[in-house]
Design a protein around this ligand. Structure first.
Ligand SMILES: [Zn+2]
Length: 293
């Protein structure tokens, strides 16, 4: 584990530096407003290495917002991401949305205005896919495709023992509860959870949380699956009672937005994600009812 160092620059998104003998890679970056602190944390740990690679778990602003600043600091560093993430970051609307959410987060976390950045720097340079392995010199990073949070979600297995679980599996709160985060498909998310479970990692790093303790590691996969079931039941139940999407969102927020979520996720991003989960559950539920008749 001494080859893995947390270098997170502030609330809202985590970043981990993986140090090999020859190369260094960053797994996710965190939000744009954290870039200065992130860069200084990385510099303190690089020693004689430079930052060679940035692996992104998916294309959401809280995981990749700091990329343009990292590229300014280390121009030769390459961003590795899924093919779908590359496509998303080529869309002007997506870049605009990321900029908007990044600006909002800078205000919410009291960091003042964002430093200027060029959208062209926010891109995937090299496409990676399931099973790809990158060797940093005695330390390997294996890509595990885990769709369900987004189509482009990737988990990363370091040295065959430490899994950076993607947000598809859910995210652990300070309270120990795991929350679901399937934005594109609950069945794909469940399949991704089972895929990660079969890897049987010794250590798990949960998104927006960090390294799990021994007990939480043992319980993680079952808790991730239960979180999906709990969220689905909650939405299906309220839908059955005639609640519309907006009303379900309000109830969901009361029930599932705890203090950690308030600290870690701005309200606009929380609502955007939950609205999508509600749509997914209602669509999947309609489909299954249709198939039964
Ligand atoms: Zn996300």
């Amino acid at each position: 584990m001494d080859k893995i160092v947390e270098v997170t620059g502030g609330d809202g998104g985590n970043a981990f530096l993986i140090l090999g003998r020859e190369k260094a890679a960053l797994l996710d970056c965190g939000m744009a407003y954290c870039a200065d602190k992130l860069i200084s944390n990385i510099k303190q740990r690089l020693n004689k290495l430079t930052l060679d690679y940035i692996f992104i778990s998916h294309s959401h602003y809280d995981h990749i917002g700091a990329i343009p600043y990292l590229k300014q600091e280390w121009p030769n560093c390459k961003v590795f991401g899924a093919e779908h993430a590359k496509k998303i970051l080529e869309r002007p609307n997506a870049l605009k949305a990321i900029r908007g959410l990044s600006n909002n987060a800078a205000i919410i976390y009291n960091s003042g205005d964002l430093q200027e950045y060029q959208d062209e720097l926010l891109k995937v340079d090299i496409i990676i896919a399931d099973g790809d392995i990158t060797d940093l010199g005695g330390v390997t990073i294996k890509v595990i495709a885990t769709p369900g949070h987004t189509q482009c979600s990737l988990a990363f297995l370091v040295n065959n023992e430490t899994l950076f679980a993607s947000e598809t599996t859910g995210y652990m709160s300070e309270s120990g509860k795991v929350y679901a985060a399937f934005i594109t498909s609950s069945s794909a998310a469940l399949a991704s959870i089972h895929k990660c479970q079969e890897l049987n990692p010794k250590f798990i790093i949960s998104p927006h949380f960090g390294l799990l303790n021994k007990q939480a590691t043992q319980d993680y996969w079952i808790n991730c699956s239960l979180a999906i079931q709990e969220t689905k039941n909650f939405i299906i139940d309220l839908s059955g009672q005639g609640y519309n999407e907006e009303q379900i969102l309000a109830e969901y927020e009361k029930e599932f937005r705890d203090q950690t979520s308030k600290n870690q996720q701005p309200i606009d991003a929380f609502r955007l994600n939950v609205s999508n989960m509600i749509k997914v559950v209602r669509n999947e539920n309609n489909d299954s009812q249709y198939r039964l008749t």
